[in-house]
Structures are given as structure tokens and as C-alpha cells.
Design a binder for this molecule. Structure first.
Ligand code: NCD
Ligand code: ZN
Ligand code: ZN
Ligand code: ZN
Length: 382
């Protein structure tokens, strides 16, 4: 829902369920202070952070550490996913009951991929019992190999090793069937492949409890824009084909994909200056996700403003049981004010995030947040 005042739009504070805050262990890439400041600047009141830190967020103590730090230095509400497995091996299950007690909103293998089906099945059985979602990165590492971009015409032309779409779709199909068997709620992260989207559509039609998110970059960019020299175009899952991009957009419109999440993944300038094959995967996204999509999807008539706002607010709140997401009575005062006529260039030099790694650099977009309020406190004012 939105309220127009003085040419500005009042909407519920945004919610991003996929953010890498990098703390602890990778504070040189991002901290809770800088990541949540970036979130507030982007109009977000709430973020859910990923556990691929060092140490991994695989214990009650680590979750408590993140939540305490967020209270001390945070600039928005922070929730965390607990890791599905301990450490960085993807093998031994965490104590999911203890993680739930510490306040996680789900369990994920993002950044520490679970490959074994039997491990994933046991995780789903436990998550179903605890009533929390399993949030999957969805990548078969044996198919992905050492690929650095989407496998296809472009990767072959550039002579770069590819990651096939099946590395994603095979895992999505498998985990949907495991969710059917275990009764777990499965949430698919950063969906990017047309066949994976089709699997989610089928699962929903069968009444299987599955939800999905898509990133701004998979909605707007394709591998055809990659020249193989600039690692600011390297992300996982990779930018795919126009056919995949359109499939994601259509699925967002028909409700197959529930929400938009940025997968904000900050890396340093030095890391992203490495050759395309060796640089780390990931894009930042918090500070410009809304204006970027407002400009490219709403102003172009592909979706309505109300629908876009829903994908940033009501929908993620509902799927993950998070506070906010609506302006209805009884909700916390999480409010974002947008100036739909304000047009600015996406300029990494102005970011609060330590990360500058985005392929959208230099793009001129409209619809910027000018004020963010979280739990009644102003957290950003332009
Ligand atoms: C993420 C990261 O850097 O932690 N990178 C990425 O390209 N998306 C990991 C992930 O989300 O899979
Ligand atoms: Zn991931
Ligand atoms: Zn991620
Ligand atoms: Zn104004």
C-alpha cells in the first residue's frame, strides 16, 4: 500500500531477506554498521543477513553476537539465518533447535553449499519440526565446476568456463521433492534460471510449500553484456540469457516469485580488480535497488508501483513472519518516503557500503528514498 503526500510516496519500510553483512571475519568488505547504513539509505527497515562469515553463523553464540552488534551499531532491524551445516564443509548439521532459540528466521546454505541430498533431507525434517524455512543457494557444485559466468554462447565466445543453468535447476528440482516429502517450507534464493522458475511454478501448483526471491540484476541484466574483463559483472548465480531473464520477470509478475532480494554481496576494489576467472562472485545492491527497478519496471509499464512495493515489503514480511511490511495498525513504525521524480546517477563513491562492486554504476535512475524510519526512529534523511 502507498500514500501520496506532496508528490512524495509513503510506503512500508523495505525488507531485504538476502544480505551479506560480512561480520564477523570479513569486516574489510563490510561491517554491520556500514551494511545497515547502506540499507537505511536504500529505504530498508529490515534486513536478514547470511551466515557465510568467519566463523560461520552456526551456533547460538554467533547469532547472539550478530544481534548484539546490530543493537549497538546497526541502522536498521537485523535478523539472521543460521547455517544448515557447521563450519565451511557443508556436512554436519548445526543444532537447529539452539539456533531457533537464538532467534534465527530460517536456515540456509548460502555461501556454504550443502551438496548431499541426505544432509539436505535431514535439515528439512528438522526445520519442518521447528516451523522455520530452509533457504537454498541451489547450486550443484559438480555441475558448476570452476565456471565464472553462465555457460552458453557468450562464455564460449569469450573462452571462459561456464556454469550451466542445470547447476541451479537440478538442485531446485531435488529440493522441491525433498520439501514435498518432509513438509518443510523451502525458499529458493536468487532464482535465475528459466527451468528452475518452471520447477517452482509446478511445485506451487501442487501445493508444495515453496517460495522464491529474485535479484534486481537477474531481472535486468544478461550474459550478453559481459565482456570478460570487468569482474564487477561476476556474480553467482551468473547473469543468464535473455530467455532466463524474461522467465524471471514473468514469474515475478504472476506470483511464482514472491519477492525481490538484493543478495547484497560486498567485496573490495582490489578483489574485484582481479581477472574475471579469479575475482570473487557478488554485487552490492542495497542502496539503489528500489529506484533501479522503479525506473526499469514501473516507468516502462512492465509492472505497477503497488506490485513493486509489495515485493519489497508485504510479501517478504509474510513469507518470513517478519515485523512490518505494511502500514496497517498495530505494526511498528517502519516507513519509507520516496521521491518518485528525483533522478540521480548510481554513484559508488557516495555509497555507505564498503562495497563498490556493481554493474549498475553510472546508470541514471528515478524514485529515490528520501527518508527512512525504523521503529519510529529516523535512520536516513536525504
Ligand atoms: C555471495 C557472497 O559473496 O557471499 N556471492 C554472490 O555472488 N552472490 C554468495 C551467494 O549469495 O551465493
Ligand atoms: Zn547464493
Ligand atoms: Zn547470497
Ligand atoms: Zn522531494
Amino acid at each position: 500500500e502507498c500514500i501520496a503526500v506532496n508528490g512524495h510516496l509513503i510506503v512500508p519500510g523495505f525488507i531485504d531477506v538476502h544480505v551479506h553483512l560480512r561480520t564477523p571475519g570479513f569486516e574489510y568488505k563490510e561491517t554491520i554498521a556500514t551494511g545497515t547504513k547502506a540499507a537505511a539509505r536504500g529505504g530498508y527497515s529490515t534486513v536478514v543477513c547470511m551466515p557465510n562469515t568467519r566463523p560461520v553463523l552456526d551456533s547460538k553464540e554467533m547469532i547472539q553476537f550478530v544481534y548484539d552488534s546490530a543493537v549497538k551499531e546497526g541502522n536498521c532491524r537485523v535478523f539472521a539465518y543460521g547455517a544448515i551445516t557447521k563450519g565451511e564443509l557443508g556436512e554436519e548439521l548445526t543444532d537447529m533447535h539452539a539456533l531457533k532459540e537464538a532467534g534465527v528466521v530460517g536456515f540456509t546454505d548460502d555461501g556454504v553449499g550443502v551438496q548431499e541430498a541426505a544432509v539436505m533431507r535431514r535439515a528439512m525434517e528438522q526445520a519442518a519440526e521447528l516451523g522455520l524455512p530452509i533457504v537454498i543457494h541451489a547450486e550443484d557444485e559438480s555441475l558448476a565446476g570452476n565456471g565464472c559466468m553462465n555457460e552458453g554462447e557468450v562464455s564460449r565466445r569469450l573462452g571462459l568456463p561456464g556454469i550451466p543453468g542445470t547447476a541451479e535447476s537440478v538442485h531446485v528440482a531435488r529440493d522441491i521433492l525433498l520439501a514435498k516429502q518432509t513438509g518443510a517450507h523451502l525458499h529458493v534464493c536468487h532464482i535465475s534460471d528459466a527451468d528452475a522458475v518452471e520447477m517452482v511454478r509446478f511445485a506451487k501448483s501442487q501445493g508444495i510449500r515453496v517460495t522464491a526471491e529474485v535479484t534486481p540484476h537477474h531481472l535486468l541484466l544478461t550474459d550478453e553484456q559481459i565482456d570478460g574483463t570487468d569482474a564487477n559483472w561476476k556474480v553467482n548465480p551468473p547473469l543468464r540469457t535473455e530467455r532466463d531473464r524474461i522467465a524471471c520477470l514473468e514469474a515475478l509478475l504472476d506470483g511464482t516469485i514472491d519477492m525481490i532480494a538484493t543478495d547484497h554481496a560486498p567485496h573490495t576494489k582490489e578483489e574485484k580488480a582481479k581477472p574475471f576467472q579469479t575475482a570473487p562472485f557478488g554485487f552490492v545492491g542495497l542502496e539503489f535497488a528500489f529506484p533501479l527497478l522503479y525506473t526499469h519496471l514501473v516507468e516502462t509499464g512492465k509492472m505497477s508501483l503497488a506490485q513493486l512495493v509489495e515485493k519489497f515489503t508485504t510479501s517478504p514480511a509474510k513469507v518470513f513472519g517478519l515485523p512490518g511490511g505494511t502500514l496497517a495498525e498495530g505494526n511498528p513504525a517502519d516507513i519509507t518516503i520516496l521521491d518518485l521524480s528525483q533522478e540521480n546517477v548510481i554513484d559508488p563513491n557516495t555509497f555507505a557500503s564498503k562495497g563498490r562492486n556493481t554493474p549498475f554504476k553510472g546508470m541514471k535512475v528515478k524514485g529515490w528514498p528520501i527518508l527512512t524510519i525504523t521503529a519510529g526512529t529516523i535512520t536516513y534523511r536525504a
